[in-house]
Design a protein around this ligand. Structure first.
Ligand SMILES: [Zn+2]
Length: 231
């Protein structure tokens, strides 16, 4: 096998290694990333908090209503007990009872409003809670999948690196040296030649360059310096 074909194969392996390393990096950065989950958790917590506040308001309203109901009962007991004979005092007591009833009615209306807010907040918490649960399950599944993909990628990489070592050991060290230097400077060291054109720089090659490249010996493009490979 000509040295350029060997170098071309080496480059193919290097490109595969590079692409695997990029995937690995991307996957590793996704591993343990739970930002979306934390955001959903925050939303659930704040909805839960709102529900707790509303329930607290509901209880307060109910206590206030109970308080007024007891006071009304006490006032009416006095009114109808027959113990109070003074008409002025009776009128004042009646007025007090009426005021208490008005306030009780207002409180009852407010309690009803709060109750309907509690119901809607409960529905919100239930919906967000089940959304969160699903998100959490998906996340765990995704993380598991990611872990096994990372493992597969790592083992693929180690076998590619082994393959690379074998390949490079079979190639003339001087040619490997040229390859490594070009790879460092240009990213890709070997350029395919197609229809007389170097695919590295898209310049037409001279007849003599083509002839020399065809021989399979190491020939570098006179324009970009890449190693020319004729498939
Ligand atoms: Zn070139």
């Amino acid at each position: 096998m000509g040295v350029t074909k060997q170098l071309y194969q080496l480059q193919e392996v290097d490109l595969e290694i590079e692409s695997n390393e990029q995937s690995l990096q991307r996957m590793v950065s996704q591993l343990g990333d739970d930002q979306a989950l934390a955001k959903a958790q925050n939303r659930l917590t704040s909805e839960q908090q709102r529900l707790d506040d509303l329930k607290h308001r509901q209880r307060s309203a109910e206590w206030e209503i109970d308080d007024r109901v007891n006071k009304i009962k006490a006032a009416e007991e006095q009114l109808y007990s027959g113990r109070i004979k003074n008409p002025k005092e009776l009128t004042s007591l009646q007025h007090e009872a009426d005021l208490l009833k008005t306030r009780r009615d207002q409180l009852e209306n407010r309690a009803l409003e709060v109750m309907s807010q509690v119901e809607s907040a409960e529905a919100d918490v239930a919906a967000t809670g089940s959304e969160f649960k699903k998100l959490e399950e998906d996340w765990h599944r995704q993380q598991q999948r990611l872990s096994s993909e990372i493992e597969a990628c790592q083992s693929e990489l180690s076998s590619l690196k082994q393959k690379r070592q074998q390949l490079s050991a079979e190639i003339d060290p001087k040619a490997v040296d040229v390859y490594e230097k070009l790879k460092k400077n240009k990213g890709q060291a070997v350029a395919r030649v197609e229809q007389g054109i170097c695919r590295g720089c898209r310049i037409s090659l001279s007849f003599s360059e083509l002839q020399r490249a065809r021989s399979g010996n190491l020939v570098q493009c006179s324009s970009c310096g890449r190693i020319l490979f004729l498939p």
